[in-house]
Design a protein around this ligand. Structure first.
Ligand SMILES: Cc1ncc(COP(=O)(O)O)c(C=O)c1O
Length: 621
C-alpha cells in the first residue's frame, strides 16, 4: 500500500507493493508514471488503491471492458484510443437499440445534428450572463439563443420579443443542465420575489388588473409576521429535483411549517398530521395507483389554511409527471386558487423592497406558480394544434402564459424535442426577474442566470431543431408518439390477459408513459426502464414495484413488439414464476396441467441477448 510522507506531501510506496494493473496494457500503475511526476521512489500524484474495474460494479458495463478506457499519464496510443472508442460505441449502440426510457434519442435523421453542427465541437461557445446582452465574451451564440427563446415564448403564448420596456414580455434563457437547473432557479426567483427582494428592472407601479386589480391586499405586508415567509406546495408526483431545490434554497414545505407551527392541525388528514407532499388523486378504475394528477380539493384546502395565516404561496405544478406522465390541470387549479388569493390579500400586494426608499413600493402577487414542464411543455402546444385541427380528440391542459397567474416555466430539451445532451429552457416575465446580488463588470452582461458560464452549443441544437421541424412536422411527431403509446398500452394489457397475471398496466390521459409491474432486472436494464415503488391501491402500507416505458419519438411498433415478446418469457416476472412454481406443485390446479411455460417459450431471451452482445463486441474488435 502507498502512504503519504508528511514532510514532503508526496506518495511513497512503502512496501513496493503498488502493482495495481492499470490501463489498456494492464501494466502496474507505478511503472507507468513518467519521471516528471516522481522523485526517486516517491510520486507527485496519488496512486490507485485498487483496480477501479473491480470496484465500479454499478456502471452497467457488462459487455464493456472498461480497462480500455482507463487513462494513463501518457497519451494513449492510436490503437488504444481506437479500441476504447469502439468499446464506447458498442456500449451506446447496444442500449440505443432497445431504449424505452424517458428521454428522446437523437435519432431523427431529418434533423441530423451531427452533419450540421459537429464543426462547433472544436471551438469555445460560452453564453455567459444575460442572454439578451452579448457581453464581453464575443464567442457566444446568444443571437441564436434569443431566436430559440422567442420561438418557445410564442408556443407558450408569452409576449415577445423580450423587451425591457415591456414588463409583461418574456425573459428566459437556455439551461446548461436540464430542468433541474430551471426548477432550482424558479424556486430561487420565486422565493426572493415573495420575500420582497428588489426586482431587476424595477417593480410594477400599478396593480395588475388581470389578477384582480387593487384589492384588500394593498396592505397585506404591513404588520403581518408571515408576509415574507413563503411556503412551498408540490404534489406527490413531482420530480425529485423539487425537494433538492427547496433544500438548496432553504424554502420550507407546507408540511414543515405545519408540523412546527400548527401541530396536529392539518386540514386534510384524519389525525391532523402533516404530509410532505400534497396528495395526488387516489386510484380509480383505469389507474390502480392513481393517474398522477394533484388532488385539487386537497391543494385548495391546504392553500386556504396557509393563505389565511398570511403566508405567500409558492406552488409547483407539473405537466408531464416523471413516472406517470400526467398533466396537472394548471388552468383549473389557477381558477380554484385565485379566489383564495384575493380573499387573503395575496392576489396583489404592495411590497417595499428597498429599505433605503421607504416611499417606493411595487405591486406584486403574493403567490408564485411554477410549471415544471420538463417533459410536457414542449409537446403540449403541438397536441393542442392537432386537437384544433381535428386530428385528435383530446388535448392537454392550458398551462402557459395565457394564464395570468403563471410565473415561470421549464422544459428539458433532451426529453422533448430530443437533443443529444441535457439542456432546457427557463422562462418567466421580465417583471418577475429578481435583481442579481451583484453586477459583475467582468462579464459585461447582467448576471441574471443561475449558471455562470453557459454552454453555447445547446441553443444551437434547439435552434437547428426548430429550423428543420415545421409545426406540421412536430404535430405529426407527437401524434405518432400518442399512437405508439396507445399501441404499447394495448399490447401490455393483452399480455396480461394471455399470461393470466395482473401486470397492473395503466396509462394516464395523453401520457407517453405506460406503467406496469417491474420485470426481471435483466429486462429492466436492457430497455433502460425506470422503476418506482408506488403505494398499492388500498394504501394499507403495501407498495408495488412498477416500471414504465416511455414512447418517445424513436420508439416504434417493432420495438414494442420485441419488448412484449421478452416480457412473455417464463422468467420475465419473477413473482409470476414464483406463483407458477407454487401452483405447479398444487395437485389438480389448472396451471399444474399447463406446465411451466404459459407462452410456449423456453429460451431465456436475456441470456441469448447477452450472448449476442458478446459476439458483437468480439466482431468489432
Ligand atoms: C417532471 C420533471 N421535472 C424535472 C426533471 C429534471 O429534469 P432534468 O433531468 O432535465 O434535469 C424531470 C426529469 O425527469 C422531470 O420528469
Amino acid at each position: 500500500m502507498c502512504e503519504i510522507t508528511s514532510e514532503e506531501g508526496m506518495y511513497k510506496d512503502v512496501n513496493n507493493q503498488n502493482v495495481v494493473p492499470y490501463g489498456p496494457n494492464r501494466k502496474g500503475w507505478q511503472e507507468q508514471i513518467p519521471t516528471l511526476a516522481k522523485k526517486g521512489d516517491k510520486y507527485f500524484v496519488s496512486p490507485p488503491q485498487a483496480d477501479p474495474n473491480d470496484i465500479y460494479g454499478g456502471l452497467k458495463v457488462e459487455l464493456l471492458d472498461s480497462t480500455d478506457l482507463q487513462l494513463l499519464p501518457r497519451a494513449l496510443t492510436e490503437a488504444e484510443r481506437k479500441r476504447a472508442l469502439l468499446r464506447v460505441e458498442t456500449h451506446e449502440e447496444l442500449y440505443a437499440e432497445t431504449y424505452l426510457g424517458q428521454q428522446n434519442q437523437s435519432v431523427f435523421l431529418d434533423v441530423d445534428f451531427q452533419t450540421h453542427l459537429s464543426r462547433y465541437m472544436n471551438t469555445l461557445l460560452n453564453n455567459i450572463g444575460d442572454p439578451f446582452i452579448s457581453g464581453s465574451l464575443g464567442k457566444n451564440t446568444k443571437f441564436a439563443e434569443c431566436a430559440v427563446l422567442d420561438y418557445y415564448a410564442s408556443l407558450w403564448n408569452a409576449r415577445w420579443p423580450s423587451d425591457p420596456k415591456d414588463p409583461d414580455s418574456h425573459w428566459g434563457y437556455v439551461l446548461s443542465m436540464g430542468s433541474t437547473e430551471g426548477n432550482l432557479y424558479s424556486l430561487l426567483q420565486g422565493r426572493d420575489y415573495l420575500k420582497g427582494r428588489p426586482l431587476h428592472e424595477g417593480g410594477q407601479k400599478v396593480p395588475d388588473r388581470e389578477l384582480g386589480g387593487e384589492t384588500a391586499g394593498a396592505d397585506h405586508t404591513i404588520d403581518n409576521p408571515n408576509a415574507f415567509r413563503p411556503i412551498a406546495f408540490f404534489s406527490e408526483d413531482r420530480h425529485y429535483s423539487i425537494l433538492k431545490a427547496l433544500r438548496a434554497m432553504e424554502i420550507p414545505a407546507y408540511g414543515d411549517v405545519g408540523a412546527a407551527e400548527y401541530p396536529g392541525q392539518c386540514p386534510i388528514t384524519e389525525d391532523g398530521h402533516w404530509p410532505l407532499n400534497v396528495p395526488s388523486l387516489g386510484p380509480d378504475g383505469a389507474h390502480p395507483v392513481g393517474c398522477g394528477v394533484v388532488d385539487i380539493d386537497k391543494l385548495e384546502t391546504l392553500v386556504e389554511f396557509f393563505a389565511a395565516r398570511g403566508h405567500p404561496i409558492l406552488l409547483v405544478l407539473t405537466v408531464g409527471t416523471t413516472f406517470k406522465g400526467a398533466h396537472d390541470p394548471v388552468d383549473d387549479i389557477g381558477k380554484r386558487l385565485m379566489p383564495i388569493f384575493r380573499r387573503h390579500g395575496l392576489a396583489q400586494r404592495r411590497v417595499w423592497a428597498d429599505p433605503a426608499h421607504p416611499a417606493h413600493w411595487d405591486w406584486r402577487t403574493g403567490f408564485w406558480i411554477h410549471v415544471d414542464g420538463a417533459l410536457g411543455a414542449a409537446y403540449l402546444p403541438f397536441l393542442e394544434m392537432a386537437y384544433h385541427a381535428g386530428e385528435t380528440a383530446q388535448r392537454g391542459p392550458v398551462f402557459d402564459f395565457r394564464l395570468p397567474y403563471i410565473h415561470s416555466l421549464v422544459m428539458s430539451g433532451h426529453k422533448w424535442p430530443g437533443t443529444p445532451w441535457p439542456t432546457g429552457i427557463y422562462m418567466t416575465k421580465r417583471k418577475y426577474l429578481i435583481k442579481p446580488p451583484e453586477d459583475p463588470d467582468y462579464i459585461g452582461a447582467p448576471d441574471t442566470t443561475f449558471a455562470g458560464s453557459r454552454n453555447g452549443l445547446s441553443p444551437l441544437l434547439l435552434w437547428w431543431y426548430a429550423a428543420v421541424m415545421s409545426y406540421d412536422a412536430q404535430v405529426e411527431r407527437i401524434l405518432h408518439c400518442q399512437r405508439i403509446a396507445e399501441y404499447a398500452e394495448r399490447r401490455l394489457r393483452e399480455l396480461s390477459d394471455v399470461l393470466q397475471f395482473d401486470l397492473w398496466v395503466q396509462r394516464s390521459p395523453l401520457s407517453l408513459s405506460i406503467l406496469f409491474r417491474k420485470p426481471n432486472d435483466a429486462i429492466t436494464s436492457t430497455y433502460s426502464l425506470s422503476t418506482q415503488y408506488v403505494p398499492s391501491p388500498d394504501r394499507r402500507g403495501e407498495w408495488r414495484n412498477y416500471a414504465h416505458i416511455y414512447c418517445m419519438g424513436s420508439v416504434d411498433e417493432q420495438l414494442i413488439d420485441r419488448f412484449v415478446e421478452e416480457l412473455s418469457e417464463p422468467e420475465a416476472f419473477p413473482e409470476m414464476a414464483a406463483e407458477e412454481m407454487e401452483l405447479k406443485h398444487t395437485p389438480g390446479s389448472e396451471r399444474s396441467r399447463h406446465g411451466n411455460d404459459r407462452c410456449g417459450r423456453t429460451e431465456d431471451s436475456v441470456c441469448a441477448r447477452q450472448r449476442g452482445g458478446d459476439k458483437a463486441v468480439n466482431n468489432l474488435l
